[in-house]
Design a protein around this ligand. Structure first.
Ligand SMILES: Cc1cc2nc3c(=O)[nH]c(=O)nc-3n(C[C@H](O)[C@H](O)[C@H](O)COP(=O)(O)OP(=O)(O)OC[C@H]3O[C@@H](n4cnc5c(N)ncnc54)[C@H](O)[C@@H]3O)c2cc1C
Length: 302
């Protein structure tokens, strides 16, 4: 059985940088990601958003920045589709219980962010025309596009599409009688032409066909679409995660750490969004800095 120096749980910015920096320092590490791709929130939730607060860049698209992280962490021992469910003491090391084979390591770095998340789905049938993430906004050029949802993310995408004049056939369908997004986002859309369907429940009844039902009158309508962008938010697995049970958690179920990102469990660190300390900003470069602190502390044990 192989015992790594470090097992890093989570392949977002924090975990990716930890894997890279461990190898730079000649430590053997394994990076474990529950998803089928690396990159964490920036890759999955906002790949085409411009990031303005990453040091060294005036502005960079999230996916481009993450591709850089992924390239740097393109090292042996990266496993995808592998979710860590529990960390147990083993003989002189830790055993990580996963949905696959167990993994053994002397040190563990938890970089699980808000937890493994799944997109909240729209009712009805699935199809390639339904997008939960916008990966290429130009796909919507001159197409019939529906956005389902009324929060910030839904209105952000509506604004991006309208600002770029990609289509003049955009509709927003929302289940409430008014948008949940902040007022500035709603007023940003005022200068553009688009259709709004409020107070409607929605279901995809066929490829390219969304049925909407008015919640007051029960009136049905079928809206055809080339693309349907669903922005119903995400569900996180963090709350019911067995893995977090032995740790001191804050009120948001994040792991409390000290200035070196050490948890209350010996040789286990938490970094990035999952780690909690006073006034912590939840940003990419902070996850990177946490990773460095944890690895530097591990090096001091060696
Ligand atoms: C809409 C939005 C916009 C943002 N904009 C910015 C911005 O402009 N600038 C900025 O600096 N920050 C921004 N952020 C914050 C930034 O995305 C986070 O601070 C950063 O992603 C945290 O990195 P992380 O590595 O801690 O966690 P994450 O990015 O959340 O990555 C955690 C990874 O761990 C995996 N994982 C979880 N549980 C397990 C498990 N049990 N086993 C295996 N793998 C697991 C997840 O699948 C995920 O890939 C934004 C966040 C959001 C939601």
């Amino acid at each position: 059985m192989k015992i790594y120096d470090i097992a890093i749980i989570g392949g977002g910015p924090g975990g990716l940088y930890a894997h890279y920096y461990a190898h730079q320092n000649k430590l053997s590490s394994i990076l474990i990601e529950a998803n089928n791709e690396l990159g964490g929130q920036p890759t999955i939730l906002f790949p085409i958003k411009a990031i303005h607060d990453y040091p060294g860049w005036e502005s960079i698209q999230a996916s481009e920045l993450m591709n850089d992280f992924i390239k740097k962490a393109d090292l042996p021992d990266v496993v995808l589709n592998t979710s860590v469910n529990k960390i147990e003491q083993a003989d002189g090391c830790y055993q990580l219980v996963t949905n696959k084979e167990p993994i053994y390591a002397k040190f563990v770095i938890i970089a699980t962010g808000g937890g493994f998340f799944k997109f909240n789905k729209i009712d009805g049938i699935e199809s390639d025309k339904i997008h939960y993430v916008v990966k290429d906004i130009n796909l919507y050029k001159d197409k019939k596009v529906i956005i389902a949802g009324g929060g910030d993310a839904a209105l952000d995408w509506a604004a991006e599409i309208l600002k770029r004049h990609l289509t003049n056939d955009l509709s927003i369908v929302h289940r409430r009688d008014q948008f949940r997004a902040c007022r500035t986002k709603v007023s940003c859309l005022k200068e553009y032409e688009y259709k709004t369907y409020l107070n409607k429940s929605s279901k995809v009844i066929a490829d390219g066909k969304l049925e909407i039902i008015d919640k007051v009158t029960n009136e049905k309508e079928v809206l055809p679409f080339d693309y349907l962008i669903v922005q119903y938010g995400q569900s996180y697995s963090l709350q019911d995660n067995q893995m977090l049970k032995p740790f001191n958690l804050d009120l948001q179920n994040r792991i409390k750490v000290d200035a070196k990102c050490r948890t209350n469990m010996g040789n286990i660190y938490a970094i990035g969004n999952v780690a909690s300390y006073n006034d912590k900003p939840r940003l990419i470069h902070v996850a990177v800095s946490d990773a460095k602190k944890a690895i530097d502390d591990i090096l001091n044990h060696e």
